[in-house]
Design a protein around this ligand. Structure first.
Ligand code: GLN
Length: 474
């Protein structure tokens, strides 16, 4: 079977009779089996997917199918699906079954998407290489000695290796975009609040958002359109109405691009990533767009602000995992306190513990003002700076990550080096704006280089339409 890159290609194949939904699901199930060594899927819901394929094929025949009929999708293992296991790739939640579905999942199902399985990720979405999963790391399909990025590494590789058409990830500080960049896929982080967080296992609630990883912009639009919208279960979800992304046509408009000077001049940016960025700038200028350098002196503060605030929120969010109500419980507890302490010590992995400790530290009496309050103030400065840039420009352009896919183990003993992989991504989460990573070039090892565009709040349509006009140099 050929590789389908979008739902519309699949629909065409259905229409001309070259395949049908049941054959398509079998095809993906075989691919998953063939590519098992990548460790992208933690669980495949094969029987259920086959059954849905049968039912939805009937609806297609009857002309009553929803707009995602034909979409076979995987979900990151931190997104709840009623009656199915969800573990956030953590021992502390192993064998936990969801009691309800995420709103995003319900919306996909209502439009007849098929959810084929759950995808490996860094534990509680904390990581940039998928090496922090309690269930083993995920391999990059271009080069199996390299990481896929993280934390939605399984989601990105499932799409990269064509194990499903698209996947859902979550993005707190780059977890959709950075793995998309490292695997040559499209990763969209919508405006904060655009998609309900109901049913997404919380990491840092004022940053978290679900986002699609796809093989085409067309499908990013479609999935966003289906999942976006106000939800009574998430008070931070937005009622902004501009959500018919798939109907927006790309215009030949000329835009203004701001390139962050400090990003291009960053020590440690890979030279091939830098030159790809320069190639993109040239292309945009040739196409008649305005491209200018702007200074964002706060760039060097982004990672500290991100880690101060997200660890603070994580320490609170993860306090619910006590071993008492659900998930893993130690066998060695003697009383309530030792049971909770041991369940948490044995159930959480090293990176999660590091962040819980960091978070409780920055929130502790005596350090609260010095760290937490200060970081909140810098968050405001970043938001103000960003708003100012958007008074003059339509988009902010940077590479998605300073390097291409790195070797497994290369950064795992150096948290600082690992944290820097997200230096260009965290900006969008700190400011709450939408951002998209798209494949633009390959380096000399044939590894994908992703570029990132950020836009102002709720301007996903403009963002997605613009990227459709960019010509990758692959
Ligand atoms: N890699 C970043 C981190 O480790 C981002 C994670 C995310 O977006 N979930 O926190």
């Amino acid at each position: 079977m050929e590789r389908f890159k979008s739902l519309s290609e699949i629909k065409n194949a259905f229409a001309n009779g070259s395949t049908d939904l049941e054959k398509l699901v079998d095809f993906y199930l075989n691919r998953i089996e063939e590519k098992k060594h990548l460790n992208a899927f933690l669980e495949v819901w094969a029987d259920e997917a086959k059954l849905s394929a049968k039912k939805i094929q009937q609806k297609i025949n009857d002309g009553t199918a929803g707009k995602l009929a034909g979409m076979v999708i995987g979900i990151k293992d931190n997104i709840c699906y009623k009656g199915h296991k969800v573990s956030a790739s953590s021992k502390i939640l192993s064998n936990f079954t969801s009691l309800y579905s995420a709103t995003a999942v319900e919306k996909l199902l209502a439009e007849d998407a098929i959810i084929i399985g759950r995808l490996n990720c860094d534990e509680f979405a904390m990581g940039s290489s998928n090496e922090n999963s309690a269930f083993g790391n995920v391999l990059n399909d271009v080069d199996n000695s390299r990481v896929p990025g993280g934390s939605s590494g399984g989601a990105a590789v499932a799409v990269q290796a064509n194990l499903c058409l698209a996947a859902l990830g979550s993005d707190t500080g780059g977890s959709v975009r950075q793995p998309a960049a490292l695997t040559g896929t499209f990763g969209l982080k919508p405006t904060y609040g655009r998609i309900s967080r109901w049913g997404l296992i919380a990491y840092a609630s004022s940053f978290d958002i679900i986002g699609p990883i796809t093989q085409s912009i067309e499908d990013s639009k479609l999935l966003l359109e289906v999942m976006a919208g106000k939800d009574e279960y998430d008070a931070t979800s937005s009622s902004n109405k501009n959500i018919e992304y798939s109907k927006q046509v790309s215009e030949n408009k000329k835009f203004r691009f701001a390139v962050i000077k400090e990003a291009i001049e960053l020590d440690g940016i890979n030279s091939e990533v830098k030159s790809a960025t320069e190639d993109l700038i040239e292309q945009l200028k040739k196409d008649g767009h305005l491209v200018e350098m702007v200074s964002v002196p706060e760039l060097s503060a982004m990672i500290p602000v991100y880690y101060t605030l997200t660890t603070a929120e994580a320490s609170s969010n993860l306090s619910r995992f006590t071993g008492m109500h659900y998930g893993y419980r130690t066998k060695n507890g003697k009383d309530l306190e030792s049971t909770i302490r041991k369940s948490r010590s044995e159930g959480f992995g090293a990176e999660v513990k590091r962040r819980i400790m960091l978070g409780t530290f920055v929130l502790s009496v005596g350090y609260y003002d010095a760290y937490y309050t200060k970081a909140q103030k810098v968050r405001r400065l970043v938001a103000n700076r960003t708003a100012k840039i958007f008074e003059q420009y339509d988009f902010i352009l940077s590479p998605t990550s300073p390097s291409t896919a790195f070797k497994i183990g290369e950064k795992s003993n150096d948290p600082m080096a690992m944290y820097l992989a997200d230096i260009f991504c965290v900006h969008a989460n700190i400011a709450g704006i939408p951002a998209l990573s798209f494949p633009f070039a390959n380096d000399s090892n044939n590894l994908p280089i992703g570029m990132q565009l950020m836009a102002n709040h709720f301007e996903e349509s403009k963002l997605l339409s613009m990227v459709e006009n960019i010509r990758p140099i692959l």
